[in-house]
Design a protein around this ligand. Structure first.
Ligand SMILES: [Zn+2]
Length: 256
C-alpha cells in the first residue's frame, strides 16, 4: 500500500498526507505511517520518507521488499534455531526461503489429511503439551507421569512409541510405516540407522534428494500424520473420560 502511495501523484491527498505524517509524527504516534516506519527499520529498508521522494517502479518495489523480508527471516531463523531445543527434530538446513516446509504441505486435496497438519506440526516443533511439559512449565506441582497408563513419564517418545494404553491404535499403523520404509529405495540403501522416533516426528530428516523427499511425502508422511492424529484423538478421549469421572466423584462427595 505504501508502494502505491509513493507512486501516486505528488499532489494527491494520499501522497501529501504520507509526507506530512512522516515529517511531523513522533515514534509513539498511532499513525499508520509510523507503523510503516517501524516495519522499514525492522527489515532494514530505507527511511520511508526517502522511499517517498525516490519512487521505485512496482516491480523494483516488490523485489526490494520481498528480498528484505526473506533476508530478515533467514538470518533470524539460522541464528536463533540453536536456542530452541524443541526444534531439534527439524534441521536448520530444511528451511529454504520461499519454500513451504514439507511437514506443512499436503500432497493431496484430501481434507482429512489437511486437518491432520496442525497437530503434526505441534509434534514436530515440540509445542504439543504432554504431562512432562506441564510439569516443567506449570507453577504448581504437576506429576509428569502419564495419566493414561500411570507407568512412566509422559514424554514424546512415551506418547508416540511406548504408552501401553495407546498400543491398539499405534501397532497397526506403525507396522505399516515400517513396511513402507522397507519399500522405499531412498531408505533401503542408506547406511543410516533409522530412528523410529525421528522418522515419525519428521521423516524428511531422511530425504537425501528431491526424489526421496517426494517419496517420503507420498508414502511415509501421510501414515505418520495418521498415527499422530489417531494417538492424539485417543489420548484426548481418554483424558476427557477421566475428567468426567473425577468431576462426578467430586459432585457426589459434595452431595454426601
Ligand atoms: Zn502412558
Amino acid at each position: 500500500m505504501f508502494g502505491n502511495i509513493t507512486r501516486a501523484n505528488k499532489k494527491s491527498s494520499e501522497w501529501r498526507l504520507a509526507e506530512r505524517q512522516l515529517q511531523i509524527k513522533s515514534k509513539d504516534s498511532n499513525s499508520w505511517f509510523i507503523d510503516m516506519k517501524k516495519i522499514c527499520i525492522k527489515y532494514d529498508l530505507e527511511n520511508p520518507l526517502s522511499l517517498l521522494y525516490n519512487e521505485l517502479s512496482k516491480g523494483k518495489w516488490k523485489k526490494m521488499t520481498i528480498t528484505a523480508v526473506h533476508k530478515y527471516w533467514t538470518t533470524r531463523i539460522n541464528e536463533e534455531i540453536m536456542y530452541y531445543s524443541s526444534m531439534k527434530y527439524i534441521p536448520k538446513s530444511s528451511f529454504k526461503v520461499g519454500k513451504i516446509q514439507p511437514l506443512a504441505l499436503s500432497n493431496s486435496a484430501n481434507q482429512r489429511d489437511i486437518n491432520r497438519i496442525p497437530i503434526r506440526i505441534k509434534i514436530a516443533t515440540g509445542t504439543y503439551i504432554l504431562q512432562t511439559n506441564r510439569a516443567v512449565y506449570n507453577q504448581n506441582i504437576v506429576d509428569p507421569t502419564c495419566k493414561l497408563c500411570d507407568q512412566a513419564e509422559e514424554t514424546l517418545s512415551h506418547f508416540l512409541l511406548c504408552c501401553k494404553a495407546l498400543d491398539q491404535i499405534r501397532t497397526p499403523i506403525l507396522k505399516n510405516i515400517i513396511c513402507k520404509c522397507s519399500e522405499l529405495p531412498a531408505l533401503q540403501y542408506t547406511n543410516i540407522q533409522l530412528d523410529i522416533l525421528q522418522l515419525i516426528i519428521n521423516p524428511f530428516h531422511y530425504a537425501c534428494s528431491d526424489e526421496s523427499e517426494i517419496d517420503i511425502s507420498c508414502k511415509i508422511e501421510p501414515l505418520c500424520r495418521q498415527l499422530i492424529h489417531n494417538l492424539h484423538n485417543k489420548r484426548y478421549e481418554m483424558l476427557a473420560k477421566m475428567d468426567l469421572i473425577s468431576s462426578r466423584r467430586k459432585m457426589n462427595f459434595k452431595v454426601n
